[in-house]
Write a protein that binds this ligand. Structure first.
Ligand code: SF4
Length: 83
């Protein structure tokens, strides 16, 4: 079993999906508000260009247990939610 390095409080670990996502005033979608304005954020989802189903699918494809437990988790997850 992989050692858990990061705990995301917005993620449902049983269902393997986010319980909620965050949307800013410009309709950008993020996994959580810690990431608003982060210049290193690797994804971009704006609801003027995509929909919530697609944004959710792509966010969950990156933000998941494999990434959180990897040797190089996303820096904000490591900074804010390391256990
Ligand atoms: S920084 Fe990462 S681990 Fe923490 S709440 Fe946001 S998405 Fe989840």
């Amino acid at each position: 079993m992989t050692e858990q390095k990061i705990f995301c409080k917005f993620y449902n670990y049983e269902k393997k999906e986010f319980r909620e996502l965050e949307i800013d005033c410009q309709l950008n979608v993020y996994p959580c508000c810690y990431i608003f304005g982060d210049k290193k954020y690797p994804l971009k989802h704006n609801l003027l260009d995509t929909n919530m189903i697609e944004a959710t699918r792509e966010i969950e494809n990156y933000f998941n247990e494999d990434m959180w437990n990897s040797d190089e988790p996303y820096h904000k997850c490591q900074e804010k939610c390391k256990i």
